[in-house]
Structures are given as C-alpha cells and as structure tokens.
Design a binder for this molecule. Structure first.
Ligand code: NI
Length: 165
C-alpha cells in the first residue's frame, strides 16, 4: 500500500464528475487500500477518489477511528436512496481544502446504497457526523466541494481566507 498525494482545490479534477466502476479489478482493490492508508495518514475520516486523482465513483470512510472505534468502509458507486426532510448544520473541513471550514446545511439522515469491495450490495442509514461525511464524499464524486454550498458572498470570503494562508 502507499500514501497518495492529495489534490488541493482549485485543482480542476476536483470539479469533475467521476465515472462508475463496472468491475472490481485488482487495480480498484489497490486503489481502495491506498485511499484508506492515505486517509489515515492525512489524518482524515473520509476520502474520495478524485482527491487522489482517481476519477471513479469510490470513497473510503472511517468515522470513528480517531476515537478508537475503527470501522472502515469502501463505497463503490454509492447513491443516496432516502434523505430526511430534517436538516442539520455542521462545520465541514476537507483534506483538499486545508486550513478552512465551512458551515453547511444538509439532510440530517440519509440512506445510502453502495457496492463493497467484495462485490456485495450494502444499504445503510447514516445520521449525525456519518451522514455529513457520506454526503460530503458523495459530493466529491460529482465535482462538488464545500465552497459550492455557500452563498456567493460567503464563498468569496472563504476562498479569500483559504488563498491568503
Ligand atoms: Ni472533502
């Protein structure tokens, strides 16, 4: 396994829509292992394919590892099936936008379906920080980053703060 370089905004690859994964090849297995290692090294709780230049619909997530409750998941071709009407606002950071965070409102609970590395189909509900994380990582697969959720004024302010670092 290896730690991969993490792309930083405004790398144009972070604004692209990623393509589905048709087959779980050895290359995809290696990519998933490298993405997990890269995420832990960062250190972060989620990492999406395009953040390491892999323009495919895959992300890795482990929301509890920093608290000693490691539960890594590899999500291939993830999709939201249900989203709650209730919304929640959380402060979100991003490994590709280091040094700044944004307050973002999203559905508070979501149900996601995805394919695992073993080819199995998974369906799971997420709430709290995990719901934020899966929506944040899904956004990356569609070329969306935290800045894109902000009003024009807030976006300009935060980008200026990011670029002034
Ligand atoms: Ni991110």
């Amino acid at each position: 396994m290896s730690v991969l370089p993490i792309l930083r905004w405004p790398d144009p690859r972070l604004a692209e829509i990623c393509s589905p994964i048709d087959d779980i090849t050895p290359e995809i297995e290696t990519l998933a292992a490298d993405m997990l290692e890269t995420m832990y090294a960062a250190p972060g709780r989620g990492l999406a394919g395009p953040q390491v230049g892999a323009m495919r619909r895959i992300f890795v997530m482990d929301t509890g590892w920093k608290e000693g409750k490691s539960d890594p998941i590899v999500c291939i071709n993830p999709m939201l099936q249900e989203i709650s009407e209730e919304r929640a606002t959380a402060e979100e950071g991003c490994l590709s936008i280091p040094g700044v965070t944004a307050q973002i409102s999203r559905p508070a609970q979501v149900q996601m379906v995805w394919t695992g590395l073993n080819g199995g189909r998974y369906v799971q509900g997420f709430a709290g920080f995990a719901a934020v994380c899966v929506q944040h990582e899904l956004d990356h697969l569609d070329g969306v980053v935290t800045f894109d959720h902000l009003t024009t004024a807030d976006r300009s302010d935060l980008i200026a703060k990011y670029q002034a670092q």
